[in-house]
Design a binder for this molecule. Structure first.
Ligand SMILES: Cc1ncc(COP(=O)(O)O)c(C=O)c1O
Length: 394
């Protein structure tokens, strides 16, 4: 047989999927696992959003939509961006996509030539590096650290710059560590992008999930970089709509033009039912979002406190819905081994920090998108596991 694509052979399976597969294996053996590995809210999509999708289908909205998205959804997104983010774009600068993930893929597809480099502050979401590699691009990781709150500095960005740098990809609030850019970081990033003639991809999928009064800032609202920013967002996290597969990008017209060509040739569009539901999500009551964020807030307070009590020096969570905690230093085999043994021995599934780039080593990520009861069960098991293996100050 002739060989398959070497570019795809080089792609790693997503580590979160790998953990999910191991959880399924253990569950099939009858093991009781507390699953803290996914970023999939435990909430069901709010009823008024489901009903809007249902109504649209019954009304016969079952045909191919325009590749860019339905007029109603594009207008609802444009209105939302203006209302909540101070971003002024025409509906023609927006593409509704099957998931925020595909919006990021389209953005990279529109920007990258083989050999181009993308600067990526790390630890970062597991899919950025493989997506960049799939276009023959190179990731220039900029390490940030829990010891200084994952703050990104202009010096660190400058150190990653080369003549091949094409873009900077940022994600605030961040998956996995939750850091929300301060105004000073935001300004440093905007100045850096402008001074070095870069594109900026801003993944804002966790924008509504911030704590302690922190405010999310959108680069597409900033006059310095609005014309070089590709804003990516989606419905999965804010509205608990992971299974609907709906996201979007808003970008300058030349980027939208190229991205739309790929979307229309590769997947046609997002689905009509998801887009009808998306209109209801953006235009309907928002108290459902506040309720879910309040639940994540309670859970992060509880779980961060529980981990500290166990002796894991877990930093505060500023946004998104994950806890990214350092593992015990003396653990043989590091955080990979810690996560593996925590799952195999104690039945608690987390994602090892190395999956989020080299700067993530020495940590594990646990989701807060699960019930308080599950977090309590997890804390109990982690306490017993750590105490048995290394002794605990708790
Ligand atoms: C940082 C980040 N960006 C984008 C996505 C993509 O989400 P979706 O494709 O469900 O919209 C995720 C999902 O986990 C994420 O964590």
């Amino acid at each position: 047989m002739r060989p398959l694509s070497s570019r795809l052979e080089a792609l790693q399976e997503s580590s979160t999927m790998a953990v999910a597969n191991r959880v399924r294996e253990l569950a099939a053996q009858g093991r009781d696992i507390v699953g803290l590995q996914t970023g999939d809210p435990d909430f069901i999509t709010p009823a008024h959003i489901i009903e809007a999708g249902h109504r649209a289908l019954l009304a016969g909205d079952t045909h191919y939509p325009p590749a860019r998205g339905t007029k109603a959804l594009l207008e609802a997104i444009a209105a939302k961006l203006e209302r909540e983010n101070d971003v002024r774009v025409k509906p023609t600068q927006i593409i509704a996509t099957p998931g925020g993930k595909w919006a990021i893929y389209l953005a990279l597809a529109a920007l990258l030539e083989p050999g181009d480099e993308v600067i990526l502050p790390e630890p970062a979401w597991v899919s950025y590096r493989p997506m960049i590699a799939s276009f023959g691009g190179r990731t220039a990781g900029v390490p940030t650290s829990s010891s200084d709150g994952y703050v990104l500095t202009a010096d660190a960005l400058r150190a990653a710059l080369t003549p091949r740098t094409k873009a900077l990809l940022v994600n605030s609030p961040s998956n996995p560590h939750g850091h929300v850019f301060t105004r000073a970081e935001f300004d440093a990033i905007a100045e850096f992008v402008l001074a070095n003639d870069l594109w900026l991809i801003s993944d804002e999928i966790y924008e509504r999930i911030t704590f302690d009064g922190r405010q999310h800032l959108s680069f597409a609202a900033d006059a310095r970089v609005a014309d070089r920013t590709i804003l990516v967002n989606g419905f999965s996290k804010t509205y608990a709509m992971t299974g609907w597969r709906l996201g979007y990008l808003a970008a300058p017209p030349p980027v939208v033009d190229l991205a739309l060509r790929l979307q229309s040739q590769a997947v046609t569009s997002a689905s009509t039912v998801a887009m009808a539901a998306g209109v209801a999500a953006l235009s309907g009551p928002q108290d459902c979002v506040a309720e879910m964020v309040a639940a994540y807030d309670d859970r992060r307070r509880y779980f961060v406190g529980a981990l500290r009590d166990i002796g894991l020096p877990c930093p505060d969570v500023e946004g998104a819905f994950y806890v990214f905690t350092p593992t015990p230093r003396e653990w043989p085999g590091g955080s990979d081994a810690f996560a593996r043994e925590l799952l195999d021995v104690a039945g608690v599934a987390t994602v090892p920090g190395g999956a989020f780039g080299p700067a993530g080593e020495g940590h594990v990520r646990a989701t807060l998108a699960t019930s308080m009861a599950e977090l309590e069960r997890a804390a109990e098991r982690i306490r017993a596991f750590v105490r048995q293996r290394v002794g605990s100050p708790a």
